[in-house]
Design a protein around this ligand. Structure first.
Ligand SMILES: CC(C)(COP(=O)(O)OP(=O)(O)OC[C@H]1O[C@@H](n2cnc3c(N)ncnc32)[C@H](O)[C@@H]1OP(=O)(O)O)[C@@H](O)C(=O)NCCC(=O)NCCS
Length: 212
């Protein structure tokens, strides 16, 4: 089995751990969990990780001497922080694992890059392209013919309609809806429960119904 390191031992990281474990229960795991790395874990998170019986290994620098074939998954919810951490890890030349919860549904012609994480209940339909380190949280849905660029996050229960383009680093908040054929700009954030009815430019926050 391939050694797996989870980067980030906050709440998102511990949820990603449950995905890896659920995959093992479903018989699909080819990962052996080695532990968490995190540069600045809180005391509380260290205790929570200990309760899950997974070792905390140290800061990101631990990856420098990782055994051959070690993979990592960046379990950080914020797209911009995830991208910054990915750039640091690129220097270590350690491949990224992709984790799909057995209760997620990914269409047979959907494609995703390394570091992709699909939480329980995430649903992706047909002809969807997703880049590196894209995270689909619990019960998020992505309709036909969408493109989600690198480091996109779709939070719990958000619904991305068909034909949308989510540019790099975009985040769609919990329970938000994005109507069909729209573009969400680079590093833009859609607030929780918003309804997006027109294109969103780069680098902005929109919220409300309709989202502004
Ligand atoms: C929209 C969002 C990005 C704004 O964050 P922020 O810039 O820190 O905003 P603040 O919390 O300072 O709130 C600013 C104002 O917007 C309002 N607001 C915040 N989030 C809102 C939302 N989702 N919809 C409508 N109004 C919202 C606040 O009530 C506040 O209003 P006020 O100025 O009248 O008091 C954030 O609230 C959000 O929705 N993020 C997504 C969260 C999410 O998906 N969580 C799930 C994690 S798994």
């Amino acid at each position: 089995m391939t050694p797996l390191i989870i980067v980030g031992c906050g709440g998102h990281g511990r949820e990603v751990l449950t995905i890896a474990r659920a995959a093992a229960v479903a018989g699909g795991l080819r990962w052996r969990l080695v532990g968490f790395v995190d540069d600045r874990p809180s005391e509380e998170d260290l205790k929570r990780v200990q309760r899950l019986e997974v070792p905390y290994l140290g800061g990101l620098g631990w990856l420098h001497d990782a055994p051959p074939d070690t993979h990592h998954v960046i379990a950080i919810g914020d797209p911009q922080v995830r991208r910054a951490v990915a750039m640091r890890i690129d220097a270590y030349d350690i491949p990224a694992a992709s984790l799909v919860h057995p209760a997620a549904t990914i269409g047979p012609d959907a494609r995703y890059g390394p570091g992709f994480v699909a939480f329980a209940g995430a649903r992706v339909t047909t002809n969807v392209t997703m880049g590196r380190h894209v995270h689909l949280n619990q019960n998020a849905t992505v309709g036909h013919d969408c493109v989600l660029a690198d480091f996109v996050s779709v939070n719990p229960l958000a619904a991305i309609s068909g034909g949308c383009y989510l540019a790099e680093g975009a985040l769609v908040g919990a329970a938000a809806a994005v109507l069909e054929d729209l573009r969400i700009g680079r590093d833009s954030t859609v607030g929780a429960s918003a309804c997006v009815v027109r294109d969103v430019p780069d680098g902005v926050v929109v919220k409300g119904v309709p989202a502004r």
